[in-house]
Write a protein that binds this ligand. Sequence first.
Ligand SMILES: *Cc1c(COP(=O)(O)O)cnc(C)c1O
Length: 370
Amino acid sequence: MYPKLKYNIKKLEHNINYLAKLVKKTDNFKLTIVTKSVAADKEIAKSIASNPNVDYVGDSRMENIISNKQSVEEYGKESMLLRLPMISEADRIVANADISLNSEIVTIKALNEEAKKQSKVHKVILMIDLGDLREGIFYEDKEKIMDVVKQILELSNIELLGVGTNLTCYGGIIPTYKNLQILCQVAKEIESQFNIKLPIVSGGNSSSVYLAERNELPEGINNLRLGESFLLCNDTAHCNEIKGCVKDAIICEVEIIELQHKPSLPIGEVGLDALGNKPNHQDKGVIDRAILAIGEQDTVCKRMYPVIKQGEDYIDDPSIEVLGSSSDHMILDVSKSKRKLKVGDTLEFRMDYAALLRLATSPYVEKEYL
Ligand SMILES: *Cc1c(COP(=O)(O)O)cnc(C)c1O
């Protein structure tokens, strides 16, 4: 059945192990591997949880945390809820997540009440915003940070596991030695002011990997939460490939349903396309056009990159160009294709993060494991 998303578990494992070696410079470095962008796929979650290099399995949604739970417990790991908790689901967060990232004291108090009811201790990481302006208490507001910490420490069933930050998500701000050093400094100030130890200082997501490559990750950072880097081999700070990781661990295979020799420029008065965008087509004369049975409901077609199999690996195939898409069609220019194609053949693609998110989430996309 097509479209098919093919997960190469061995290659994903290779990427996790490579990244672990890169970032785990000390014994107290704890690695979180994130499952949300593959919709917490069961096989992948199991392979992550069973990997001795992985300490925490992270996800942003409780449905996924619950789906990961069996594997996480079986291998003695802990689960980390990445998106700030909704107060309305405090009960299932306390019941199913070991750790959550937080920035609101009202929410942490709600978690505490729930933890009392369930006779549990729930661990929280207090998020500090270093300027990306998504979640976290603004780093300059020391008074607020210290006040929230003071209140957390008074709660009977909450353990303050540490502080953390998230970057390169909303504001596109890149982690640097300098801004992460601010987080380490905040951790130190909390430790000295309250005479406690903070076991975790969580220095961001895949965009922090490049700092480890350059040996510029501040010493105080002892946790990263990595998703895209192990899935797609992306250094998301600079849109580079991470040398040492492989970028063909996830491949999408799609079937050709039409091949026609037609003009490249649409004929007639131009309005909007199926998705409400104004088309901007190039005139390349008459071309060989292929239609594939996949569309915007399943992926972001322009973020799919044709590849060709070579032995066990895939290499990019720039001879095929993605022209556009509608809800369930993807249109390609295959005039220069190195391969001889016919209706019923399949083409393979690697993809970026946005495309993977939809593919992994779409019930119309078959999942297969290698
Ligand atoms: C999604 C997410 C991550 C993982 O991000 P990647 O870019 O996929 O590595 C880490 N932390 C938080 C809070 C997230 O929401």
